[in-house]
Design a protein around this ligand. Structure first.
Ligand code: ZN
Length: 163
């Protein structure tokens, strides 16, 4: 039995997955190659990574991840009111329109219009999945031991990723 690999730290996991939020599919590997990642280094969200330990190839699981273990709770501080007059004319004032804002430290923030008032527009800089419970269906497609180099780098070396 010892030659049957199970998910543990230092293994490269290839995983088929479908992510549903509020009953709708928001992401899936269906029609693509499985997602490949190094287990144990936090390359996927912690609440999902934790649930994969001990799974074998071909095994499937439903994993529900609370917001706090996924993209975080919804943060009211990330809502910003902006006077309508400060909007560039080329930005359509419509709910859900995404825009990028350069912060003072040079970082690019991704927001979207979450409310339109008489005088001001509210921008929401939360991650779109903040505050959401994530429902994953995952299947382990393949497992292998990571190479020493992959362990050193903390990521998977696939095709065309040699360094
Ligand atoms: Zn590398």
């Amino acid at each position: 039995m010892s030659d049957i690999l199970k998910v543990e730290d230092g293994q490269v996991v290839a995983m088929d997955y479908t992510l549903r939020v509020d009953g709708e599919v928001v992401d899936t590997s269906e029609g693509h190659e499985p997602l490949e990642f190094l287990q144990g280094v936090g390359s996927i969200i912690p609440g999902l990574e934790r649930e994969l330990y001990g799974m074998a190839v071909g095994e499937s699981k439903k994993v529900v991840v609370a917001a706090v273990d996924a993209y975080g709770e919804f943060d009211k501080e990330a809502l910003v009111e902006v006077p309508k007059g400060e909007f560039p004319a080329q930005v359509p004032l419509q709910l859900g329109i995404g825009l990028e804002v350069q912060a003072q430290n040079g970082e690019t923030l991704h927001g979207r219009i979450s409310n339109i008032g008489d005088e001001t527009v509210e921008l929401d800089f939360n991650h779109p999945l903040a505050g959401k419970e994530l429902h994953f269906d995952v299947t382990i497609a393949a497992l292998r031991e990571a190479s020493d180099e992959e362990l050193l780098h903390g990521h998977v070396h696939g095709d065309g990723h040699e360094h």
